[in-house]
Ligand binder design. Structure first.
Ligand code: ZN
Length: 380
């Protein structure tokens, strides 16, 4: 299922190939997020044209709306949204803990109320795997407990214990034909818990492993440590997936630390507020600096938005709240994320990743928030 094609000699970067029921995925890979069976503002044709290999769907959201009966009647998620390439579905664990209004944790799952209409629902390992089986995703994720990054140690330990127990239950559930199942390592920023959780899950022999409990509001240095604490305990012969991350520079940092798969809402989310991402960092396209800037969002970018429109025009569209503006920034940002992964794979294949990594990080200006976190880390 996963073939490790090449390892970088100076970093932990890996070139791989993941074979799924709906096709082959070259890694490292970025997976655009289609939470509600749609990558926001982009259609399947655009996604394919910009080189998307696999997208995400979400168990929690799709189960609440439109509901499983409708997706079952449509013949599964691929047919419902007319997407022929691979789909990975998140288990809903993250949303139950981040989104649900009221919840009670029980031995076999979580009782909660829908964030939409407050109706009572129950989601546990069994239910989550059944939903993912009906969705027919190529990769299903186990149902885990993802506590906030600042949860007290006792809560982190309980979450790891539940995550391990629920992973074992998920392992035993029926799957869609050819469906792969990935385990999720929790443990916050505690190295012992990360190690324990990773070892227990690896013993269950999942098809791949995700590092969860990252991108939950923790400062960047803590996120990097959580990855470093976990990676050594994951088998080299399986794919590794860092959930919900990050900026292009963070993805490169994590690739250098041995991660193969990424998903993030950032490229489309910030597009909707008029922020464009480039190889040099993010910038606000709405700013007055671009009033008469008739260049593309990024010089040399091959995306449809950059080939067709100027910054000045896109700025005007964004300020006038024209849908085309946010659509075109979504096209550029998503294309950029995918393009960076293409460059990474080429660099690993050519044996020049270490050089690519140094140059990329040197050229990329992080956000003020990330810079502040780094300063605090140095002072610590
Ligand atoms: Zn572009």
């Amino acid at each position: 299922m996963f073939e490790l094609l090449k390892r970088d000699t100076q970093t932990k970067a890996r070139l791989g190939r993941l074979t799924t029921a709906h096709g082959v995925v070259d890694t490292p890979v970025f997976m655009p997020v289609g939470t509600q069976a749609s990558v926001k503002a982009l259609d399947p044709r655009e996604l394919r044209e910009m080189g998307t290999q696999i997208i995400l769907g979400n168990t929690y959201h799709l189960n609440i709306r439109p509901g499983l009966d409708i997706i079952r009647a449509a013949g599964g998620l691929h047919r419902f949204m007319n997407w022929e390439l691979p789909i990975l579905t998140d288990s809903g664990g993250f949303q139950v803990f981040s989104l649900a209004k009221i919840r009670t944790i029980k031995p076999h799952g979580v009782e909660f109320r829908s964030h939409l209409d407050g109706s009572p629902l129950f989601l546990g390992p069994k239910e989550s795997m059944e939903i993912q089986r009906v969705l027919g995703s190529d990769i299903a994720m186990v149902f885990d407990e993802c506590p906030p990054h600042d949860a007290p140690p006792k809560e982190q330990r309980q979450a790891v214990e539940r995550t391990i127990r629920w992973a074992r239950e998920c392992r035993e559930q029926p799957r869609a034909p050819g469906q792969l199942v990935f385990g999720i390592v929790q443990g916050g920023s505690n190295p012992a818990l990360r190690e324990e959780c990773a070892k227990e899950l690896v013993a269950m022999e999942f098809d791949g492993y995700a590092i969860g409990g990252v991108s939950v509001g923790e400062p960047e240095p803590d996120m990097l440590k959580a990855i470093e604490f976990t990676e050594p305990f994951l088998p080299a012969a399986k794919a590794r997936y860092a959930m919900g991350l990050g900026t292009p520079a963070q993805m490169i940092e994590l690739i250098a630390r041995g991660v193969d798969m990424f998903d993030c809402v950032l490229p489309t989310r910030i597009a909707r507020t008029g922020t464009a991402v480039t190889h040099a960092g993010a910038f606000a396209l709405k700013g007055s600096a671009h009033k008469t800037d008739f260049g593309p969002i990024e010089e040399g970018c091959e995306c449809y938005a950059c080939r067709t429109f100027t910054r000045a025009y896109l700025r005007h569209l964004l300020r006038a709240n024209e849908i085309l503006g946010l659509r075109m920034v979504s096209v550029h940002n998503s294309h950029l994320y995918l393009k960076v992964m293409t460059e990474v794979r080429a660099a690993i294949a050519a044996g020049t990743f270490a050089e690519f990594y140094r140059e990329f990080i040197a050229n990329y200006t992080p956000s003020q928030k990330i810079l502040a976190h780094r300063r605090r880390e140095v002072e610590r």
